[in-house]
Structures are given as structure tokens and as C-alpha cells.
Design a protein around this ligand. Structure first.
Ligand code: HEC
Ligand SMILES: [Cu+2]
Length: 472
């Protein structure tokens, strides 16, 4: 900032090919300002003006607005490229006469009146010279305060909006912490943008009758470097947090219980290899890490229990086993859902996930194991659920993707080729092992998987048939 005494002896350059304009202006400046301003030269062309500006570094350049020899647009382009503080006054003597002041630092229409005592009508509103910066600072501080208030309010709103369900696993904790951190960032960025826009709309609204131009701005390198550097650092910090978080959610507990998960159109099946049990419900003992080893029977599915937060895709292919570790720490009933669009019944690909005390889990395992031993119908029912048959075949007459099993056994079936067939044991077995052989009229022929002859043993097929026969 300049001191006041220096301010009072400004060095002025006049650029005009018109001698009358230059002389008149020089006289005017001398009359009004005496030795507080000094005309250091008069130039007659664009090149001469630019050259003199570089050599003499005047405080102010007064340019004849109507002069063809010094094209004002070309001149301003040159002027703006320079460094250091300098002001340009474009003065027109034509018609109504007008003047525009450009300031290399601020480029606003201020200070003209103070400078020349307003000898010409000025274009637009001329602000007083009394420290325009303090006014800017006040606006900035007010807006900043509003940003702080808005950030706090938006953040409180976000964390109280219950965007996340109950936190029911150890892995969910770091994820939620990261979420909260992001919410704070989102609240701040949202406020930064919205508050400044609204503030400008309200406070800097164009007053009636104001026809002045906005401030003319060219690139400000320092600002551009700043707004590139800050996001860069922010992204690096976030990626560090993200990596740390990931490491925490995949931390291995050597005591983890293994469950093999198979996803298919449209069912989940959970095998407990160490306990010799398979189920369509995922039972988990509380506070014990479970290692899910997951694969898909057909297309890509995705295992997601929102309460546990973590999620993992299941890929088709024998050797494509994906792992996910979960340590449930809140008792309760949840639902696993498929988070990957996988066909017609994708939205219904849900199974219960039940977190129980260790003793209750052991009891459940014992019951499941017992069922498998005793009764072919019970075994068949279990196999039907575990293999996803029930997803397509209802047991209560409800219309599904496939025909209902209620009353199926022994009924007469209309086939797509116009013939009929008796649904005896032979037909049921053939329908399971070779579903394309005979098509039930009204159903799509290539929907039922034709892989069961590989997946099921002869005994298992007989168990399922026993179960179908029992659904009356
Ligand atoms: C993706 C859906 C789907 C799955 C899973 C599925 N089926 Fe089917 N199933 C069908 C459709 C559709 C038909 C009718 C078309 C046909 O006859 O192939 C059918 C037909 C049948 C039939 C003949 C019934 C009749 O009314 O003609 C039997 C029996 C059968 N399925 C058993 C099973 C068994 C057992 C399983 C599990 C091991 C199973 N299905 C899994 C879709 C499915
Ligand atoms: Cu799916």
C-alpha cells in the first residue's frame, strides 16, 4: 500500500493522437492538482504508449477513448499483461462524454472522482476512495461467518438424518467414522458454494438504474495455483484415510469361522464346512469373525448386509472365490441382499442373516445336522431351499418364475408342444436333471438351470422328489 504523501504526487501519462485532448487534459490536471500530479509525457500511438509505460512506470495512464490511433481494446490487452499497480482512465469527449477507470489490480470504476474532480459525467456508479478494501473485507468476513454456521447446520442435519442403518459389525466402525468425516467435508463444500452464491445474489444485486459493467478479471495465477493445490492435498489425505480404513476392515482373525457362500439366480446358500451343515439362512455367532468364501453359480452377484457395511461381489467360476470378513457384534435379524443387478428376480434375492449367542448357534447347528440324517422329505425340503428351487417354485400355489409345486405330483401337465404328461416320479426326475426335455406350457424353456445333474447326487434328487411329492 502506498502512503498518502506519495499518493498525492502521481505520475500521469496521457495517450492521445489528438493534441487538443492532450493539452486540455494536461491543463486540467495542473489546475486542479497543482504539484500533487505530474504529467510525465504525452504519447501518440499504441506502441509508443506501451513502451513509455514500461520505461516510466506511471501511476496513471489517461487514454483517449475515441482515438483510432490508440485502439482501446488492443491497449487494454497490453496493459493487463503488465505487473505492478497502475491505473488507466479511458476518457471520451464525444456525445454525453464518459469515462471508465481500469485498475490493474482491481479493475473497478472507483477513484475517478477523487482523481479528476469529476470534470466529465462518469459511466456508472463511482465509489468513494475511502478504503474500498475494508468494505470487501467486511463482505468476506460476513460470508465466511455464514459459511461456518451453514457448515455446522448441514453437518448436524446429515448425521441426524439416519442415513445409515444400525452399526452391527466391527468392520462397520471405521467405515462410519470415514462417513462422518466425509459428511463434514460435504457440509463445508456445500456451504462454501451455496452461501457465496446466495450472498452475492442478495448483497450485490444490480440496483435500478445501474448500467455499469462488472469488474473485468483476467487470470490470477496465485489463485489458480491455490485452488489446484488444495484439492490435490485433500484427495491425497482422503486416499490415505481410505487405505487405512480398508486395511482395518480386512484385518484377519486366525480364529475365524469359515462359511462357503454360493449365490445364484436367485438364492443364497450357506455351507458350514467344519460343521457339515448347509442352509439358506446365514446364522452367525456374535463377536466371532466369520470368513465368507463366496462364489456364484451363474452371473455376478454381490453380498451386502447394510448393517455390516462391507460388501463383496461374487463371480462365476470354480476358482473365483472372493473373501469377506465380518465380525457381527450386535444380536439381531438382518437381511443379505444382492447388490448387483442379476436378472428378473434380483430385487427379491434376499436371505435372513441371524446373529445369535454362541450357545444358540451351537443348538441350531445340531438341529440342522440332525435333519440331514433322518427324514428324506425334510432332507428334500432343505435341499430345495439350499439350491434355490424355492426361489422359482412356490409351495403354496403362488404363481412364480416356474410352476408351483403344490399339487404337482400326480397331476396332468399341459406341455408346450401340445401333448400332456402325467407328473409321476419319472417326469419329476427328468424335469430336474434335464429341464429342457419337456416344457410346461406357459413357462419359459431356458430359465431353469440345467446344471443340477452335476450338482446333485442321485440320493439328493430322490430326496427332492420325495419332498415335491409331499407338497399337497
Ligand atoms: C430360475 C428358476 C428356476 C429354478 C432355480 C428351478 N427351476 Fe424348476 N422350473 C423352472 C421353470 C421356468 C420351469 C418350467 C419350464 C420347464 O418345464 O422347464 C421349471 C420346471 C420344473 C419342474 C417341472 C414342473 C412342471 O410343472 O412341469 C420340476 C420338477 C422342477 N422345475 C424342479 C426344480 C428343482 C428340484 C429345482 C432345484 C434343484 C428347480 N426346479 C430350480 C424354473 C426354475
Ligand atoms: Cu444377484
Amino acid at each position: 500500500m502506498r502512503s498518502t504523501s506519495e499518493d498525492l504526487s502521481r505520475r500521469v501519462l496521457i495517450a492521445s493522437a489528438n493534441p487538443l485532448f492532450a493539452k486540455g487534459l494536461q491543463k486540467l490536471i495542473q489546475d486542479r492538482w497543482g504539484n500533487r500530479a505530474q504529467v510525465i509525457g504525452i504519447t501518440h500511438s499504441l506502441d509508443e504508449t506501451v513502451q513509455t509505460m514500461e520505461q516510466e512506470k506511471p501511476d496513471v495512464v489517461i487514454v483517449d477513448y475515441d482515438d483510432r490511433a490508440i485502439n482501446r481494446t488492443d491497449f487494454l490487452n497490453q496493459f493487463i499483461k503488465g505487473g505492478g499497480a497502475m491505473q488507466v482512465v479511458l476518457v471520451s469527449l464525444r456525445g454525453s462524454g464518459e469515462a471508465v477507470v481500469y485498475d490493474r489490480q482491481m479493475l473497478n470504476t472507483s477513484q475517478l472522482e477523487n482523481w479528476l474532480g469529476s470534470p466529465w459525467p462518469t459511466r456508472g456508479r463511482v465509489e468513494s476512495l475511502t478504503s474500498p478494501r475494508s468494505g470487501n473485507m467486511r463482505h468476506l468476513l460476513t460470508a465466511a461467518a455464514l459459511v461456518v454456521v451453514s457448515t455446522v447446520l448441514v453437518y448436524l442435519g446429515l448425521i441426524n438424518a439416519r442415513l445409515l442403518p444400525v452399526q452391527a459389525s466391527l468392520q462397520a466402525r471405521p467405515i462410519d467414522e470415514l462417513f462422518n468425516f466425509y459428511f463434514a467435508g460435504i457440509a463445508f463444500l456445500f456451504s462454501l458454494i451455496v452461501v457465496f452464491i446466495l450472498y452475492s445474489l442478495v448483497v450485490f444485486r444490480r440496483k435500478p438504474g445501474d448500467t455499469s459493467d462488472g469488474v473485468h478479471m483476467r487470470g490470477i495465477t496465485r489463485l489458480e495455483v491455490t485452488w489446484t493445490a488444495i484439492p490435490l492435498v485433500t484427495v491425497l489425505v482422503l486416499s490415505y484415510f481410505g487405505a487405512q480404513n480398508l486395511a482395518e476392515t480386512v484385518r484377519v482373525d486366525p480364529q475365524a469361522m469359515v462359511v462357503n457362500v454360493v449365490g445364484g439366480q436367485w438364492f443364497w446358500s450357506f455351507e458350514y464346512p467344519d460343521q457339515g451343515v448347509t442352509s439358506d439362512t446365514l446364522y452367525l455367532p456374535v463377536n466371532q469373525q466369520v470368513l465368507l468364501r463366496m462364489t456364484s453359480r451363474d452371473v455376478i452377484h454381490s453380498f451386502w448386509v447394510p448393517e455390516f457395511r462391507v460388501k463383496q461381489d461374487l463371480l462365476p467360476g470354480e476358482n473365483l472365490v472372493k473373501e469377506l470378513r465380518i465380525t457381527p457384534n450386535v444380536l439381531g435379524e438382518y437381511k443379505v441382499r444382492c447388490a448387483e443387478m442379476c436378472g428378473v428376480s434380483h430385487a427379491y434375492m434376499e436371505s435372513p442373516v441371524i446373529v445369535v449367542e454362541q450357545e444358540e448357534f451351537d443348538t441350531w447347528i445340531r438341529e440342522q445336522a440332525a435333519v440331514v440324517q433322518d427324514d428324506p422329505v425334510a432332507r428334500g425340503e432343505k435341499l430345495s431351499r439350499d439350491n434355490g428351487c424355492i426361489a422359482c417354485h412356490s409351495l403354496d400355489g403362488t404363481q412364480g418364475v416356474g410352476p408351483t409345486w403344490q399339487g404337482l405330483s400326480g397331476s396332468t401337465i399341459q406341455l408346450a408342444d401340445g401333448t400332456t404328461v402325467q407328473a409321476d416320479q419319472v417326469y419329476l426326475i427328468e424335469s430336474i436333471l434335464d429341464p429342457r426335455a419337456k416344457i410346461h406350457a406357459g413357462y419359459l424353456e431356458n430359465v431353469m438351470p440345467d446344471t443340477y445333474d452335476e450338482l446333485l447326487s442321485e440320493q439328493q434328487v430322490m430326496d427332492i422328489v420325495a419332498f415335491i411329492e409331499s407338497v399337497k
